[in-house]
Ligand binder design. Structure first.
Ligand code: SF4
Length: 327
Protein backbone atom coordinates (compact mmCIF):
# COMPACT_ATOMS: atom_id res chain seq x y z
CA UNK A 1 0.00 0.00 0.00
CA UNK A 2 1.41 3.35 -1.02
CA UNK A 3 1.43 6.17 1.51
CA UNK A 4 -0.41 9.37 0.73
CA UNK A 5 0.29 13.02 1.52
CA UNK A 6 4.06 13.28 1.53
CA UNK A 7 6.82 14.66 -0.65
CA UNK A 8 10.34 13.49 -1.36
CA UNK A 9 13.23 15.90 -0.88
CA UNK A 10 16.39 15.92 -3.04
CA UNK A 11 18.51 15.25 0.06
CA UNK A 12 16.73 11.90 0.69
CA UNK A 13 14.40 13.14 3.43
CA UNK A 14 10.62 12.82 3.13
CA UNK A 15 8.13 15.39 4.36
CA UNK A 16 4.87 14.01 5.71
CA UNK A 17 1.87 16.24 5.02
CA UNK A 18 -0.72 14.20 6.88
CA UNK A 19 -0.89 16.01 10.20
CA UNK A 20 0.11 19.47 11.41
CA UNK A 21 3.45 18.18 12.71
CA UNK A 22 4.53 18.03 9.03
CA UNK A 23 7.50 15.84 10.02
CA UNK A 24 10.66 16.04 7.91
CA UNK A 25 11.98 12.49 8.23
CA UNK A 26 15.52 11.29 7.54
CA UNK A 27 16.32 7.88 6.02
CA UNK A 28 15.64 4.97 8.40
CA UNK A 29 13.62 7.05 10.85
CA UNK A 30 9.94 7.48 11.68
CA UNK A 31 7.87 10.61 12.22
CA UNK A 32 6.60 11.71 15.64
CA UNK A 33 3.73 9.20 15.47
CA UNK A 34 6.09 6.27 14.83
CA UNK A 35 3.68 4.95 12.20
CA UNK A 36 5.19 6.52 9.07
CA UNK A 37 8.84 5.93 8.15
CA UNK A 38 11.43 7.00 5.62
CA UNK A 39 12.62 3.78 4.02
CA UNK A 40 14.82 3.99 0.93
CA UNK A 41 14.00 7.68 0.58
CA UNK A 42 10.32 6.92 0.32
CA UNK A 43 7.42 6.92 2.79
CA UNK A 44 6.63 3.53 4.29
CA UNK A 45 3.53 2.67 6.35
CA UNK A 46 4.58 -0.61 8.00
CA UNK A 47 1.57 -0.85 10.34
CA UNK A 48 -1.05 -0.88 7.59
CA UNK A 49 -3.73 -3.34 8.80
CA UNK A 50 -1.89 -4.23 12.04
CA UNK A 51 -4.57 -3.96 14.71
CA UNK A 52 -3.86 -3.61 18.42
CA UNK A 53 -7.44 -4.27 19.52
CA UNK A 54 -10.73 -5.51 18.18
CA UNK A 55 -14.03 -5.60 20.07
CA UNK A 56 -17.75 -5.09 19.70
CA UNK A 57 -18.73 -2.16 21.94
CA UNK A 58 -21.87 -0.19 22.71
CA UNK A 59 -21.75 2.99 20.61
CA UNK A 60 -22.23 4.89 23.89
CA UNK A 61 -18.74 3.73 24.92
CA UNK A 62 -17.02 5.75 22.14
CA UNK A 63 -18.72 7.99 23.46
CA UNK A 64 -21.39 8.80 20.86
CA UNK A 65 -24.82 9.54 22.32
CA UNK A 66 -26.55 11.00 19.26
CA UNK A 67 -25.57 8.41 16.64
CA UNK A 68 -27.40 5.08 16.42
CA UNK A 69 -28.13 5.03 20.18
CA UNK A 70 -28.44 1.60 21.81
CA UNK A 71 -26.44 -0.06 18.98
CA UNK A 72 -23.19 -2.00 19.12
CA UNK A 73 -20.29 -1.29 16.81
CA UNK A 74 -17.20 -3.20 15.68
CA UNK A 75 -14.28 -1.24 17.09
CA UNK A 76 -10.74 -1.48 15.72
CA UNK A 77 -7.65 -0.09 17.42
CA UNK A 78 -4.22 0.68 16.00
CA UNK A 79 -0.69 1.53 17.21
CA UNK A 80 0.92 4.88 17.90
CA UNK A 81 -0.25 8.44 18.27
CA UNK A 82 0.66 11.91 17.06
CA UNK A 83 0.31 13.22 20.64
CA UNK A 84 2.23 12.45 23.85
CA UNK A 85 -0.46 12.98 26.54
CA UNK A 86 1.10 12.08 29.91
CA UNK A 87 -2.38 11.08 31.11
CA UNK A 88 -3.19 8.77 28.16
CA UNK A 89 -5.60 6.06 29.24
CA UNK A 90 -4.54 3.82 26.34
CA UNK A 91 -0.79 4.47 26.52
CA UNK A 92 0.08 0.76 26.16
CA UNK A 93 -1.03 0.94 22.53
CA UNK A 94 -0.75 4.68 21.79
CA UNK A 95 2.91 4.88 22.82
CA UNK A 96 3.93 1.44 21.47
CA UNK A 97 4.07 -0.38 18.15
CA UNK A 98 3.89 -4.06 17.30
CA UNK A 99 4.62 -5.21 13.78
CA UNK A 100 3.51 -8.74 14.65
CA UNK A 101 0.01 -7.95 15.82
CA UNK A 102 -2.94 -9.44 13.92
CA UNK A 103 -3.33 -8.32 10.33
CA UNK A 104 -6.74 -7.52 8.89
CA UNK A 105 -6.99 -6.27 5.33
CA UNK A 106 -9.63 -3.57 4.77
CA UNK A 107 -11.85 -6.20 3.09
CA UNK A 108 -11.46 -8.59 6.05
CA UNK A 109 -12.39 -5.90 8.56
CA UNK A 110 -15.53 -5.01 6.63
CA UNK A 111 -16.43 -8.71 6.30
CA UNK A 112 -16.04 -9.06 10.06
CA UNK A 113 -18.40 -6.13 10.63
CA UNK A 114 -20.93 -7.85 8.38
CA UNK A 115 -20.54 -11.17 10.22
CA UNK A 116 -20.93 -9.44 13.59
CA UNK A 117 -24.06 -7.68 12.27
CA UNK A 118 -22.50 -4.37 13.24
CA UNK A 119 -24.07 -1.25 11.73
CA UNK A 120 -20.63 0.37 11.58
CA UNK A 121 -16.90 0.27 12.17
CA UNK A 122 -15.33 2.54 14.77
CA UNK A 123 -11.68 3.48 14.27
CA UNK A 124 -10.67 4.06 17.86
CA UNK A 125 -8.64 3.18 21.03
CA UNK A 126 -5.32 4.73 19.87
CA UNK A 127 -5.00 7.41 17.16
CA UNK A 128 -6.56 6.23 13.88
CA UNK A 129 -5.69 9.29 11.76
CA UNK A 130 -2.01 8.35 11.49
CA UNK A 131 -3.27 5.21 9.68
CA UNK A 132 -5.05 7.37 7.15
CA UNK A 133 -4.65 5.05 4.14
CA UNK A 134 -6.13 2.09 6.00
CA UNK A 135 -9.16 4.01 7.25
CA UNK A 136 -9.76 5.55 3.86
CA UNK A 137 -9.62 2.22 2.04
CA UNK A 138 -11.70 0.40 4.65
CA UNK A 139 -14.14 3.32 4.74
CA UNK A 140 -14.70 3.15 0.99
CA UNK A 141 -15.42 -0.60 1.10
CA UNK A 142 -17.65 -0.22 4.17
CA UNK A 143 -19.63 2.60 2.52
CA UNK A 144 -20.40 0.33 -0.47
CA UNK A 145 -21.79 -2.29 1.94
CA UNK A 146 -23.93 0.27 3.78
CA UNK A 147 -21.73 0.12 6.89
CA UNK A 148 -21.12 3.38 8.76
CA UNK A 149 -17.62 4.73 9.47
CA UNK A 150 -16.94 6.27 12.86
CA UNK A 151 -13.77 8.11 13.86
CA UNK A 152 -12.69 8.50 17.49
CA UNK A 153 -9.67 10.76 17.35
CA UNK A 154 -7.53 13.63 18.57
CA UNK A 155 -8.52 15.56 15.44
CA UNK A 156 -4.92 16.25 14.43
CA UNK A 157 -4.90 16.22 10.64
CA UNK A 158 -4.19 18.73 7.89
CA UNK A 159 -7.17 20.15 5.97
CA UNK A 160 -6.50 18.43 2.62
CA UNK A 161 -6.38 14.82 3.89
CA UNK A 162 -9.22 15.64 6.28
CA UNK A 163 -11.34 16.71 3.35
CA UNK A 164 -10.71 13.41 1.57
CA UNK A 165 -11.44 11.28 4.64
CA UNK A 166 -14.58 13.17 5.70
CA UNK A 167 -16.14 12.08 2.42
CA UNK A 168 -16.36 8.55 3.85
CA UNK A 169 -17.00 9.27 7.54
CA UNK A 170 -20.46 9.27 9.09
CA UNK A 171 -19.72 10.21 12.69
CA UNK A 172 -16.83 11.34 14.86
CA UNK A 173 -15.96 11.95 18.45
CA UNK A 174 -13.03 14.36 18.70
CA UNK A 175 -11.01 14.96 21.86
CA UNK A 176 -10.70 18.65 22.63
CA UNK A 177 -8.29 18.11 25.46
CA UNK A 178 -8.11 21.67 26.77
CA UNK A 179 -8.78 25.20 25.57
CA UNK A 180 -5.33 26.32 26.68
CA UNK A 181 -2.79 26.54 23.82
CA UNK A 182 0.17 26.33 26.22
CA UNK A 183 -1.11 23.08 27.73
CA UNK A 184 -1.68 21.65 24.24
CA UNK A 185 1.84 22.57 23.19
CA UNK A 186 3.84 21.72 26.31
CA UNK A 187 2.15 18.56 27.63
CA UNK A 188 0.19 17.11 24.74
CA UNK A 189 2.52 17.98 21.88
CA UNK A 190 0.11 19.65 19.47
CA UNK A 191 -1.58 22.92 18.61
CA UNK A 192 -5.04 23.86 19.85
CA UNK A 193 -5.77 25.92 16.72
CA UNK A 194 -5.28 22.88 14.46
CA UNK A 195 -7.71 20.76 16.49
CA UNK A 196 -10.25 23.61 16.46
CA UNK A 197 -9.84 23.87 12.68
CA UNK A 198 -10.62 20.17 12.21
CA UNK A 199 -13.70 20.45 14.46
CA UNK A 200 -14.95 23.36 12.34
CA UNK A 201 -14.24 21.38 9.17
CA UNK A 202 -15.91 18.17 10.37
CA UNK A 203 -19.01 19.63 12.06
CA UNK A 204 -21.06 20.28 8.93
CA UNK A 205 -20.14 16.93 7.34
CA UNK A 206 -20.54 14.24 10.02
CA UNK A 207 -22.49 13.57 13.18
CA UNK A 208 -19.96 15.18 15.53
CA UNK A 209 -19.51 14.91 19.28
CA UNK A 210 -16.64 16.27 21.38
CA UNK A 211 -14.99 14.93 24.54
CA UNK A 212 -12.93 16.76 27.14
CA UNK A 213 -11.24 14.84 29.94
CA UNK A 214 -11.31 17.08 33.01
CA UNK A 215 -8.00 16.94 34.88
CA UNK A 216 -7.84 18.70 38.25
CA UNK A 217 -5.56 21.76 38.22
CA UNK A 218 -4.93 21.40 34.46
CA UNK A 219 -8.15 22.28 32.62
CA UNK A 220 -10.79 22.51 35.35
CA UNK A 221 -11.71 26.18 35.61
CA UNK A 222 -15.18 27.48 34.78
CA UNK A 223 -13.56 30.12 32.56
CA UNK A 224 -11.79 27.52 30.42
CA UNK A 225 -14.84 25.26 30.05
CA UNK A 226 -17.00 28.29 29.32
CA UNK A 227 -14.64 29.33 26.50
CA UNK A 228 -14.46 25.78 25.15
CA UNK A 229 -18.25 25.35 25.17
CA UNK A 230 -18.65 28.84 23.68
CA UNK A 231 -16.35 27.87 20.80
CA UNK A 232 -18.47 24.77 20.06
CA UNK A 233 -21.71 26.77 20.38
CA UNK A 234 -20.30 29.18 17.79
CA UNK A 235 -20.35 26.25 15.36
CA UNK A 236 -23.60 24.71 16.63
CA UNK A 237 -25.31 24.67 20.03
CA UNK A 238 -26.35 21.10 19.19
CA UNK A 239 -22.83 19.60 19.27
CA UNK A 240 -22.88 17.16 22.21
CA UNK A 241 -20.02 17.77 24.67
CA UNK A 242 -18.85 14.95 26.96
CA UNK A 243 -17.00 16.06 30.09
CA UNK A 244 -15.25 13.05 31.55
CA UNK A 245 -13.56 12.33 34.85
CA UNK A 246 -9.83 11.65 34.60
CA UNK A 247 -8.19 8.81 36.54
CA UNK A 248 -4.41 8.79 37.29
CA UNK A 249 -2.56 6.68 34.74
CA UNK A 250 0.65 6.61 32.66
CA UNK A 251 2.78 9.58 33.84
CA UNK A 252 0.19 11.54 35.82
CA UNK A 253 -0.31 10.96 39.54
CA UNK A 254 -2.73 13.85 40.07
CA UNK A 255 -5.66 12.48 42.12
CA UNK A 256 -8.82 11.53 40.17
CA UNK A 257 -11.42 14.11 39.19
CA UNK A 258 -14.36 14.26 41.55
CA UNK A 259 -17.81 13.79 39.98
CA UNK A 260 -18.89 16.99 41.76
CA UNK A 261 -16.28 19.01 39.84
CA UNK A 262 -17.42 17.60 36.49
CA UNK A 263 -21.03 18.25 37.47
CA UNK A 264 -20.24 21.89 38.21
CA UNK A 265 -18.36 22.31 34.91
CA UNK A 266 -21.26 20.60 33.15
CA UNK A 267 -23.59 23.33 34.41
CA UNK A 268 -21.15 25.94 33.06
CA UNK A 269 -21.06 24.26 29.64
CA UNK A 270 -24.87 24.01 29.56
CA UNK A 271 -25.06 27.81 29.48
CA UNK A 272 -23.72 27.52 25.91
CA UNK A 273 -24.73 24.09 24.62
CA UNK A 274 -27.97 22.10 24.39
CA UNK A 275 -26.41 18.70 25.13
CA UNK A 276 -23.73 18.25 27.79
CA UNK A 277 -22.95 14.81 29.20
CA UNK A 278 -20.84 13.69 32.13
CA UNK A 279 -18.57 10.66 31.72
CA UNK A 280 -17.01 8.23 34.23
CA UNK A 281 -19.28 9.59 36.95
CA UNK A 282 -20.56 6.31 38.34
CA UNK A 283 -24.30 6.29 38.86
CA UNK A 284 -24.86 9.96 38.03
CA UNK A 285 -27.26 10.39 35.16
CA UNK A 286 -26.27 10.79 31.53
CA UNK A 287 -29.74 11.19 30.03
CA UNK A 288 -30.69 13.32 27.03
CA UNK A 289 -33.30 15.98 27.78
CA UNK A 290 -35.43 17.93 25.33
CA UNK A 291 -34.05 21.48 24.93
CA UNK A 292 -37.66 22.59 24.27
CA UNK A 293 -39.62 21.24 27.26
CA UNK A 294 -37.07 19.43 29.45
CA UNK A 295 -38.66 15.99 28.94
CA UNK A 296 -36.28 12.99 29.22
CA UNK A 297 -35.80 11.71 25.65
CA UNK A 298 -33.09 9.07 26.05
CA UNK A 299 -32.56 7.41 29.41
CA UNK A 300 -29.17 5.77 30.03
CA UNK A 301 -28.16 3.55 32.88
CA UNK A 302 -24.64 2.26 32.29
CA UNK A 303 -24.84 0.99 28.72
CA UNK A 304 -28.54 0.21 28.92
CA UNK A 305 -30.41 2.76 26.81
CA UNK A 306 -34.13 3.54 26.47
CA UNK A 307 -35.43 5.85 23.73
CA UNK A 308 -38.96 6.09 25.11
CA UNK A 309 -39.13 9.91 25.05
CA UNK A 310 -38.59 10.06 21.28
CA UNK A 311 -41.00 9.74 18.38
CA UNK A 312 -38.59 9.38 15.47
CA UNK A 313 -36.28 12.39 15.79
CA UNK A 314 -38.69 14.48 17.82
CA UNK A 315 -39.67 14.90 21.45
CA UNK A 316 -42.84 12.90 22.08
CA UNK A 317 -44.17 15.60 24.39
CA UNK A 318 -43.55 18.92 22.60
CA UNK A 319 -42.41 17.86 19.11
CA UNK A 320 -39.02 19.63 19.24
CA UNK A 321 -36.68 18.06 16.66
CA UNK A 322 -33.50 16.67 18.19
CA UNK A 323 -30.23 15.93 16.36
CA UNK A 324 -30.10 12.18 16.90
CA UNK A 325 -29.18 10.02 13.89
CA UNK A 326 -30.12 6.38 13.30
CA UNK A 327 -33.34 5.81 15.25
S1 SF4 B 1 1.27 11.66 10.55
FE1 SF4 B 1 3.09 11.06 11.77
S2 SF4 B 1 4.83 11.29 10.35
FE2 SF4 B 1 3.08 12.40 9.47
S3 SF4 B 1 3.35 14.52 10.13
FE3 SF4 B 1 2.00 13.52 11.61
S4 SF4 B 1 3.32 12.73 13.23
FE4 SF4 B 1 4.63 13.23 11.49
Amino acid sequence: MKAMFYEKRDDGRVKCRLCPHNCLITEGHAGICGARRNSNHDMEIPYFGRLSSLAVDPIEKKPLYHFYPASTVLSAGFWGCSFRCPFCQNYSISQNHDLHSDYFSPEELVQLAVRKKSFGIAYTYSEPLIHFEYILETGKIARKKGIKNILVSNGYINPEPADELLEYLDAANIDLKTFNSDFYRSEIGGKLEDVKRFIRQAAPRVSLEVTTLIIPSKNDTDEEISELAGFLAGISKDIPLHLSCYYPTYKYVIPPTSPELVERLGETAKKHLNYVYLGNVGLRETNTYCPGCGECLIRRSGYSVSLKGLEGNSCKKCGTKVPVVGI
